[in-house]
Design a protein around this ligand. Structure first.
Ligand code: UFG
Length: 336
């Protein structure tokens, strides 16, 4: 079976390509390296010992996308490609709506024209908005607080409508919680451009000495120690969730959303403490004000993914901290 992976050179995409190859899928990757690096392709081959086809191109180029479908017998698509920085999306809403929505619409049009109707789409827990109480279940009312999140929610809605119009489609909407960690080999991992926005890459860069100290955004939330609580999930567990979703949706029709998290929340300070302990390093931090748009607590109810996809996470917070640090310390400049 051949799977097209858009954004397959990115952080979650690359780990998913590894899992697909290790499960004997044929893989075709499309990526424009706008937020990734060509070296990741060599690393994936090195880890898996397997080859795959690669096209360096932007999804906005429909003619090129049609060529990818013409040259390969694609059976299903996992769609990762898109802009993903929350803060940047607030600064550049038009870029986010234009890029994320247009590229996605073009992709689904080309899929439909080629009779490819199996899709795994990367959504986000951000679609649960600010007002739902954790543990979050898939059937809660959805809302968003920034343009990035809105593109995820809009695409979910587009896919619901697509299925209503044509029930041959089979679509898994995967709502990620907070992916961290890296492949246990230390050869692939997250390589953010510039100063990281997210907690774990910030912590690893402080540990390495590239950044002076961590700012903890608020210690007055109603949580165990006042700092924000999130559901951190090891990126390899997350990647395996994609394979499970793909396998399930190859044999069923419909559109379903699944939470991919561990079901357990950790506070910022609990994560810092676990990181320090596992890796024997110190993370200097200071408490600063809350970051606007942050919820106090966000963790998943994972029973649907467990029941329907037969998937559950295997790695714990120590594994996540160890593997994040292994990646950062072996690759201080990422892939560069
Ligand atoms: N945090 C800090 N200091 C930092 C960075 C983060 O204290 O330098 C805190 C945040 O306030 C939050 C927690 O660490 O309490 C996690 O923050 P992240 O930025 O790592 O992750 P978020 O939960 O804000 O957002 C992530 C993804 C989004 C996605 C969302 C889904 O980055 O793309 O999860 O819930 F939409």
């Amino acid at each position: 079976m051949a799977i097209l992976v858009t954004g397959g050179a990115g952080y979650i995409g690359s780990h998913t390509v590894v899992e697909l190859l290790e499960n004997n899928f044929d893989v075709v990757v499309v990526d424009d390296f706008s937020n990734s690096h060509p070296e990741v392709l060599n690393r994936i081959k090195e880890i898996t010992g397997r080859e795959f086809r690669f096209y360096e191109q932007n999804l906005m180029d429909k003619a090129k996308l049609e060529k990818v479908f013409a040259e390969n017998s694609i059976d299903a698509v996992i769609h990762f490609a898109g802009f993903k920085a929350v803060g940047e999306s607030v600064e550049k809403p038009l870029d986010y709506y234009y890029n994320n929505l247009t590229s996605t619409l073009l992709l689904y049009d080309v899929m439909r024209n080629n009779g490819v109707k199996k899709l795994v789409f990367t959504s986000s827990a951000t679609v649960y908005g600010l007002n739902n109480k954790s543990p979050l279940t898939e059937d809660l009312p959805l809302s968003t607080t920034n343009p990035y999140g809105s593109t995820k929610l809009m695409i979910e809605q587009i896919l619901q409508d697509l299925y209503v119009s044509d029930d041959e489609w089979s679509i898994a909407l995967l709502r990620y919680f907070n992916p961290i960690g890296a492949h246990e080999s230390g050869r692939i991992g997250e390589s953010p451009n510039g100063i990281p926005n997210n907690l774990m890459p910030y912590i690893t860069q402080v540990a390495f000495g590239k950044l002076e100290q961590l700012s903890v955004f608020g210690d007055d939330y109603d949580t165990v120690d006042g700092t924000g609580v999130r559901d951190y999930i090891h990126v390899v567990d997350l990647a395996k969730g994609h394979v499970k979703a793909l396998e399930k949706h190859c044999s069923r029709r419909g559109v379903e959303a699944y939470n991919l998290g561990t079901g357990q929340g950790y506070s910022v300070l609990q994560l810092v403490e676990a990181f320090e302990k596992v890796n024997s390093v110190e993370i200097p931090y200071q408490i600063t004000g809350r970051r606007s748009g942050d919820v106090a607590v966000c963790y998943a109810d994972v029973s649907k993914a467990s029941l329907i996809l037969n998937w559950k996470t295997e790695k714990n917070i120590e594994d996540m901290c160890r593997d994040s640090w292994k990646w950062q310390s072996k690759n201080p400049e990422g892939y560069r």
